[in-house]
Design a protein around this ligand. Structure first.
Ligand SMILES: NC(=O)c1ccc[n+]([C@@H]2O[C@H](COP(=O)([O-])OP(=O)(O)OC[C@H]3O[C@@H](n4cnc5c(N)ncnc54)[C@H](OP(=O)(O)O)[C@@H]3O)[C@@H](O)[C@H]2O)c1
Length: 328
């Protein structure tokens, strides 16, 4: 049987994306076959689709680190045919064919049963970006961060991780400073709960000072580089930052001062390899106490044919909100 998928191929050392019909037998030998109903686009997918060998070693390949769909066949013991499920991360979309195809085949240990009160379509409005925002928030709340502690920040706020971080913080009553390169999006960001907008260019500079005015009780950083370096130095006593991204650079310029003089905690988040129980907990929160009634508002729904153009945009940092791929 044939299915439709985006295929990234290497041709003369360049990488091209095309929509092709593949045979089901091209999927890997895992226990569970899922008919994908929705996927979503993440920065990592764009890296895979543009030949980043740190993400995907071998081509041709079908990217897509996210998929939500219905189990068509399983030889495992945890799920049954017809179950509605969510798969994010682990090796899917990296070196295992991913959600940019109408079918995936994965080990059952990678699968989360969709919670009640969250639709498959809503789950892919979150996708890995949302899950990552949720994992960051979980770390900060478990650390003890509370709205009364003061202002928090979100960097890369118009991106996938950033926008859902902002929405989640707002839902839980935090006062959020939104750090963005797109200050023209002020109205949108304020509608989503941002109390103030900060131009990222003011922070995207060499370390201003090893200890700066203590403004933030915590935050979620999706950017890294100079921006995170400066934010680390602007935190108040006992604060915590969860960092997950590197669009602004891989390196950190910091000193020990914020850690030993202000008791700062810096958490690193890796959503792909998070324990499945932790993923289940966060998906459960999205269906209950962290339910975002407006999650569908900043989503652009596309089909497979539109993906190559959207991949180019995310690589240029031009994406606003989330892209959801909808299958027939
Ligand atoms: N650790 C994990 O588990 C995990 C999971 C998911 C994503 N990530 C990482 O998190 C980051 C964000 O992912 P995403 O899906 O949210 O990507 P995205 O949708 O492309 O958003 C990234 C945002 O960062 C800002 N930005 C872009 N280029 C920048 C630059 N040169 N300097 C500073 N800021 C820049 C932009 O927002 P503004 O214009 O508003 O500043 C952009 O919208 C990526 O590095 C991704 O790989 C990590």
């Amino acid at each position: 049987m044939k299915y439709k998928a985006l295929v990234t191929s290497e041709e003369n050392k360049t990488f091209v994306n095309s929509i092709e019909k593949l045979d089901l037998s091209s999927l890997p030998e895992h226990d569970t076959l899922i008919k994908v109903k929705f996927s979503s686009l993440n920065y990592k997918d764009a890296l895979s689709a543009s030949g980043n060998k740190g993400v995907t070693r071998n081509y041709p390949h079908t990217p897509g680190i996210d998929a939500a769909g219905i189990i068509e066949k399983t030889s495992g013991t945890k799920f049954s045919e017809g179950d509605e499920v969510i798969v994010t991360g682990y090796d899917m979309g990296m070196n295992t064919y991913g959600g940019f195809g109408e079918y995936i085949k994965v080990p059952e240990d990678w699968i989360v049963k969709k919670p009640d009160n969250l639709s498959l379509s809503e789950s892919m409005a979150f996708g890995t970006a949302g899950l990552t925002a949720g994992l960051c928030l979980r770390k900060l709340l478990n650390h003890g961060l509370k709205p009364e502690d003061g202002n928090v920040f979100v960097s890369g706020v118009t991106g996938g991780v950033g926008i859902i971080s902002l929405m989640l913080f707002s839902k839980l009553g935090f006062e959020v400073s939104a750090i963005t390169g797109k200050t023209e999006q002020e109205d949108l960001l304020k509608t989503l709960g941002a109390k103030q907008i900060i131009d990222r260019n003011t922070l995207d500079v060499d370390l201003i000072a090893p200890l700066q005015k203590p403004i933030y009780s915590g935050g979620i950083d999706a950017v890294g580089g100079n921006i995170l370096s400066n934010l680390i130095c602007s935190t108040s006593q006992r604060s915590a930052i969860a960092c997950c991204g590197m669009v602004g650079g891989l390196n950190l310029d910091t000193s020990i001062f914020p850690f030993i003089l202000r008791g700062l905690t810096l958490f690193g988040i890796d959503s792909a390899e998070s324990l499945i129980e932790v993923k289940e907990e966060v998906w459960g929160n999205f269906a209950s106490s962290w339910k975002l009634s407006n999650i569908d508002e900043n989503i652009k729904d596309i089909d497979l044919n539109d993906l190559p153009g959207e991949i180019d945009k995310i690589l240029k940092g031009e994406q606003i909100g989330r892209i959801r791929i909808v299958y027939d």
